[in-house]
Write a protein that binds this ligand. Structure first.
Ligand code: GMT
Length: 383
């Protein structure tokens, strides 16, 4: 198949899922065309069967700070679909990708080309940004006009039906992980660089946005370090850092907190960690938690959105109500101070990550593509 993939190029989960999916499809022999504003963060462009097409948004003084990204995206989709003969287009994150794809589809139809559109909903495109009155009608319209819609968790599917008047069926295809990438010796040499020998390594990875409740991460760690020698590693960059850093300074724990910024090769750091904190107030899935679990790291999490579908309470970690800092800290201390429990949870975390292995999930996308293509062929023969 010739597949077009539209995604954001950032380190965010939707871009990562789109990139890993595309690279795997290419490995399986499909021709994959990435369409994005810059090279997606984890994309290995040297792989065969992979193409990258940059969306160029032309600036013009009249537009001031609002450049017409959707328009530029629709245009490039039309061009790529025509010049490369795409069989289908898979857009990740509804805003504005599903909307731009719809208009590209209409333009192509005028030229006698039928381009099926698959939209994958990732989270904030539904739960935060998408249901804002400014975007809601357009998001609803694009979901209802996609040929197939998928959501990354049951929770996100439910929320989509709650927030929008969706007439289309939504199929849940959970996020996935390449477990092989995490088969690293526990003592890969990285642990020494992160913490002293007897310290436990607590880790948080995110885009440090408000929904991640970074201050809760700091507060939970503050309680942990009072009882257990430990370090907090924060991976990622984002707008909430300043506030969190201020709290770190006020609590006088800056010596025990290390920030790594944006890093692509997370495996070594995760494999050297003992506990992952994901305390978000919204999280459709929690890919970062799954990545930690693939590295056998248990998770203390909030119960936001789809997290409980990934982190199993009392098994792979603990799940507590959003904002329950005291409860989260207590559970973390219980786990970190009981070696046999910690080892059991590490094993459970890995076993759970194996269920989301890419070998189990990716065929679901391939099947979905085939069903869309079959329907398209059928429609053509009827018309
Ligand atoms: O977590 C973020 O803020 C980034 C965001 C994105 O769209 O890139 O992540 C969303 O999609 C990920 C991949 O499907 C999910 O694992 C995240 O849970 C989801 N984030 C939220 O719902 C806040």
């Amino acid at each position: 198949m010739k597949i077009g993939i539209v995604c954001y190029p950032t380190y965010g989960g939707s871009g990562i899922v789109a990139t890993e999916l595309g690279m795997d499809l290419a490995e399986r022999g499909h021709e994959v065309h990435f369409i994005s504003t810059s090279l997606p963060a984890r994309l290995d462009i040297t792989l065969s069967n992979i193409y990258f097409h940059k969306v160029n948004v032309e600036t013009y003084p009249l537009f001031e700070e609002y450049q017409p990204y959707s328009l530029a995206l629709s245009t490039i989709i039309v061009n790529i679909a025509q010049s490369h003969g795409l069989d289908l287009l898979h857009v990740h994150y509804a805003i504005p990708h599903a909307y731009a794809a719809y208009f590209a589809k209409q333009m192509l139809r005028e030229k006698g080309i039928e381009l099926p559109i698959i939209t994958t909903l990732h989270g904030t495109d539904i739960t935060l940004v998408g249901n804002h009155p400014v975007y809601k009608p357009a998001v609803e319209f694009s979901i209802n006009h996609s040929d197939k819609v998928t959501a990354v968790s049951e929770s996100l599917k439910k929320e989509t039906y709650e927030f929008f008047n969706v007439t289309n069926e939504i199929e849940v295809i959970p996020n996935f992980i390449d477990n092989e990438q995490y088969e690293i010796e526990e003592d890969c040499g990285c642990r020494n660089k992160l913490a002293h020998k007897k310290e436990k390594v607590i880790i948080h990875v995110s885009n440090l946005r408000k929904v991640k409740r970074l201050e809760d991460v700091v507060k939970v760690f503050y309680e942990i370090q009072k009882e257990i020698p430990s370090r907090l590693i924060i991976v990622g960059e984002g707008p909430e850092w300043e506030k969190a850093n201020d709290l770190i300074n006020r609590l006088r724990i800056s010596e025990k907190v290390k920030t790594l910024g944006k890093i692509t090769e997370l495996y070594n750091v995760l494999c050297s960690s003992d506990l992952f904190l994901l305390l978000s107030e919204k999280e459709s899935f929690g890919l970062a938690a799954l990545e930690a679990m693939a590295a056998s790291v248990p998770v203390i999490s909030s119960n936001a959105g789809g997290i409980p579908e990934v982190n199993l309470d009392g098994k792979t970690g603990f799940v507590l109500p959003i904002g329950d800092v005291k409860g989260m800290a207590e559970k973390a201390i219980t786990l970190l101070s009981n070696e046999s429990m910690l080892n059991e949870f590490k094993k459970n975390a890995k076993a759970q990550a194996l269920k989301f292995d890419k070998t189990n999930i990716l065929p679901m996308y391939e099947e979905l593509y085939l069903s869309v293509l079959e329907k398209n062929t059928l429609n053509k023969s009827i018309n």
